[in-house]
Ligand binder design. Structure first.
Ligand code: ZN
Length: 144
């Protein structure tokens, strides 16, 4: 079951350039940084009231985030992530309702979570991620 907004994913050209805005202007605390090789991104997480902001910087020109930045050079909101306690069941439910899946099954994400994306063509233009904490103690700071 989906229970809450887990995080908003925001594409940035440079995490190092973006962090001072989130820390100094917004006053949020960076909870951790992590590279996610499967998605070819570096991430940094901030907490605001139990919801996270996930900054995403591409580590390769063929990263999905690099492609997003080609279309949106200033950066911007990339995806909406919803927390689930049963990723496979929620994916199946979406597929059963005709939603196109980017990931047929979960794959490793940042913060010791298993994630899967729904296709924005099926979700009114919002790239949507389901994410589930791994059983071995999912933590938003990635164990740092
Ligand atoms: Zn995400």
């Amino acid at each position: 079951m989906l229970s809450k907004i887990d995080h908003l994913g925001i594409a940035v050209k440079s995490i190092d350039e973006a962090v001072p805005y989130y820390e100094k202007v917004l006053g949020l605390k960076c909870e951790g940084r992590e590279e996610v090789p499967s998605q070819k991104v570096r991430t940094a997480f901030f907490d605001i009231g139990g919801v996270h902001i996930e900054l995403l910087e591409p580590t390769s020109p063929d990263s999905p985030i690099a492609k997003f930045l080609e279309k949106n050079p200033a950066g911007g909101i990339h995806h909406l992530a919803l927390a689930t306690d049963n990723l496979e069941a929620d994916l199946k439910n979406a597929a059963d309702n005709g939603v196109r899946l980017i990931d047929e099954t979960g794959r490793p994400g940042a913060g010791n979570k298993t994630i899967a994306f729904l296709h924005p063509k099926s979700t009114m233009g919002v790239l949507t991620e389901f994410c589930q904490p791994n059983k071995d103690g999912g933590c938003c700071c990635g164990g740092h």
